[in-house]
Structure formats: structure tokens, C-alpha cells
Design a protein around this ligand. Sequence first.
Ligand code: A2P
Length: 318
Amino acid sequence: ASSHITLNNGRQMPVVGLGTWQAAPGVVGAAVDAAVRGGYRHIDCAYAYFNEKEVGDALQKLFKEGVVKREDLWITSKLWNDHHGPEEPFKCLETTLTNLQLEYLDLYLIHWPVPLNKGYTWPLQPHMFDTTRSIKEDTKETWQAMEKIAESGKARSIGVSNFSAKKLEDMMEYAKVVPAVNQVECHPMWRQDKLRAYMKTHNIHLSAYSPLGTWGTSGVKINLLDHPLLTKIGEKYGRTPAQVSLRWGVQMGNSVLPKSTKAERVKENLQVSDFSLSDEDMSELEKLEQTRFLQGTFWVNDSGSFYKKAEDLWDGEG
Ligand code: A2P
């Protein structure tokens, strides 16, 4: 596999990116610094991670020291849920660009198909949901703003995150720009076969968040990296379970966004282009029981949200 993915608009995205969700201010800057010095060229950010200022400071330092040039990096960020609509996405993008101290993003994503009233994140209560429009209408208005953002050059590619095949299909009725990426949970225990198959028909790239199983996130009950099959396969190649999990993702055609704030792990997670899993390893991994680790239950609320049950958020697609 190559170290880059070609998106449906012809742009080349580095296949391994550093995840920055739950990387606390105070440590995320050091992680970005170690990552870029260690060879990462792709950083995955979001307004709602509330650490973009520190990521931006780390990038500035790297530019000033001549470690890397802006044009050699791929920087993704995400539109927060309280900035959906025809105009608001521009404001959220401006905040992100100010914090990251950049002129443009390589990729800008709608973070969730969930409109919230201004100023809200979680923990959620019913009054925080913006129920003035349907999800379909909200996504249409928001996507049309994203298309203008792409036209303006402030984001070179645009896409979505946490979208089901059904929601992508709805977008095809009006999208002038087909999303380049849908960033979703994906790892050997959540393969996303159906979604992947749908996305393939429109050449939408699957970018995998939580590619290591996001152990430590609240509500996550299984430690993927403890699975004996990952250890067993890793031993054949002298690799760690984390590297097996990431390599699996790369061979599935995904880009992978492992998060770590530990320099050794950051380094380890990039070393996945110099070995291959055999077809037998891939089919053994295919037998793993499938579970969505991140249910998105924080968007589920039976008095305020569009989503009364987790199945509604994912449109019943597993
Ligand atoms: P830490 O940041 O302390 O290194 P995901 O990317 O799937 O969300 O997983 C992130 C979790 O996995 C974090 O708890 C992170 O902890 C841990 N992690 C990241 N890289 C590795 C690795 N190479 N080996 C073991 N655990 C890792």
C-alpha cells in the first residue's frame, strides 16, 4: 500500500494521521511536535476537541524551525454541531483557522449529523437540540455552505463524519460536490462492511477514527489491543497489536487516525507501511465479533433529539 490515498477530487492524503481527540491541552502540542518530527504529515483536528490553539502553536513552531512547510502537511478539522446552517459554517471555520493559525485546511468535515443550538456541546439536555429543521434540510443547508467553503479555497476538500449510507444517499439528491471523505469508527471489530460498500459506489473515502479501539473512552468495554488474535498475528511480524490493527485498516483501504500523546506510541503507530498482513491474517481478522464501540448515545434523547434511539442515529445500519 502507498503512503497516500487519492481522494475523489484527485487530492492526495497521507494514510496515517495523528488523532487529537481527548488529547488534553498541555500535552497535545507535544504530541503534534513529536509526530511531525517523527514523520507524520497528517493531523486530524476538530473545533470541538477544544485544543486547536495548542495544535496551532505547535505547528507554528515547526514552521519557524523549518522542520516542515505548510504545503507538506495535511490538516483536517471539523465543523461543530452548533454551527450548522447556511452561514454559520464560515464562522466556525474562521475560529478554527485562527486557532490553528493557518490560511486554509486540507479537509473540512461536518462533524456529526446533529444540529445543536448555539454554544452547546455535551453533556446534552433536550433544549440544546436545534429541531427547527429536519436532519435532511439541516444537512442540505450545511453542505451547501461547505461547498462554498471549498470554492473559497479555505478548505481544499470537504466531507462528513459519522454519516450512515442512508444520510450519504440523501445528500446525493443535491450535492454538487460529492463528499471526499466520511470519517467513521473503523477497526477490526467494527469493519463497516455495508457502509464501505455504499461509499465505494461514490468513491467516498473511509477515514477511520478509533482505529485502535479507543480503549479508555467512557462506555468502551472491550480493549481491542488486548485481543489474543492481534497479539498472535503481531508476533509473526515482530509487530505490536496496535500496528496490526492499523495495518489491517490500511489494507482495507482506509486512512487511519490513531491518537496517542505518548512519543513512543506516536512513533510506533506510523510504522505500518513497511510490512503486510497475509490474506490468511486478513481472513482470520474478519472472523472477529463486530460491535460498534462508540454508539453516539450522547446524541440520543427521547424528549429533545431527532434521535430517540442509537439505531436512529445510524439509520439502523448496525
Ligand atoms: P495514549 O494517548 O495514552 O497513548 P484510538 O486512536 O483508537 O482512539 O485509541 C487511542 C487509545 O489507544 C488511547 O487510550 C491511547 O493512549 C492508546 N494508544 C495509542 N497508541 C497506542 C499504542 N501504540 N499501543 C497501545 N495503546 C495505544
